[in-house]
Design a protein around this ligand. Structure first.
Ligand code: GLP
Length: 253
């Protein structure tokens, strides 16, 4: 089942998304969370940190696996996804850092690192909630458009569109990593519940293609419609095309 929950702005989108994470943790305090980086989930993390500070939720028993990491960036590099997770969530909630996992961007043997991360994901015994953003070309994690949906963790060559989009976080384009480790589409789809977050006008076209167009590996996020339980939390801007063409599919919260 696909549910699209709209909010007027980015902040309320983050609250809607945090409500879903909160419900999962309340029902299962030792839940396994699949976590995402990028600008889309930042407000959700901010809200979760606030709820944890108020004692409304606890991450004490939560385990996490992150979707992806840039190849070549150390965990303390301020653009690495490890740094992002510490800065936006791990350092500000009561999670046991030993229970958090990301691919190692500095791994010297990429094939071995993919195997190691597959084993990490498998050892979780199932992801209860997978959080996702969506790239401008429809990528999820770093699964770029291709001829087939990926299965397990892979070493990915980033497309020019993704490198360009991510260059806003780096001093200049030449510093943007061109490769990443990413969990595969099969691993993402194995999650019991999936939460996709999208905000801003720039995502409006691709969001409609992903949620209402052809299901194809050329638009990786389109595969989500095959999952049993998918919730999309988005703001009015990201939903502008969907609200025009499929208004009945959206509920405001
Ligand atoms: C990045 C990440 C994705 C993210 C996407 C969108 O490349 N690997 O996990 O969902 O781009 O990013 P943003 O949320 O900043 O728009």
């Amino acid at each position: 089942m696909l549910k699209i929950i709209a909010a007027e702005n980015i902040k309320d989108t983050g609250k809607n998304a945090a409500d879903i994470v909160t419900e999962v943790i309340k029902n299962k305090p030792d839940a396994v969370l699949g976590l995402a980086t990028g600008s889309s989930p930042i407000e959700m993390y901010r809200e979760l940190v606030a709820r944890c500070a108020r004692g409304e939720i606890s991450f004490k028993q939560v385990k996490s696996v992150n979707l992806d990491e840039y190849v070549g960036l150390a965990p303390d590099h301020d653009q690495s996804y490890a740094y992002f997770m510490h800065h936006n969530l791990f350092d500000s909630v009561d999670i046991d850092v030993a229970n958090t996992n990301l691919p190692n961007g500095l791994a010297s043997d990429p094939a071995a690192e993919c195997k190691r991360y597959d084993a990490v994901v498998a050892s979780m015994g199932g992801i209860d909630l997978q959080v996702l953003g969506i790239g401008l070309n429809g990528h999820i994690g770093f699964n770029e458009p291709s001829d087939a949906f990926t299965e397990g963790t892979g070493l990915v060559d980033l497309t020019q569109s993704t490198i360009d989009a991510n260059s806003r976080f780096f001093e200049n384009k030449s510093l943007v990593p061109t490769q990443a480790f990413s969990m595969g589409v099969g691993q993402i789809m194995s999650a019991k519940k999936i939460l996709l977050i999208a905000t801003g006008e720039a995502k409006a076209q691709i969001l409609e293609r992903a949620l209402f167009g052809e299901i194809t590996p050329r638009v990786p996020a389109s595969v989500l419609r095959r999952a049993d339980d998918v919730v999309v939390c988005a703001d009015r801007a990201a939903l502008s095309v969907i609200l025009k063409n499929h208004p009945d599919s959206v509920e405001f919260q």
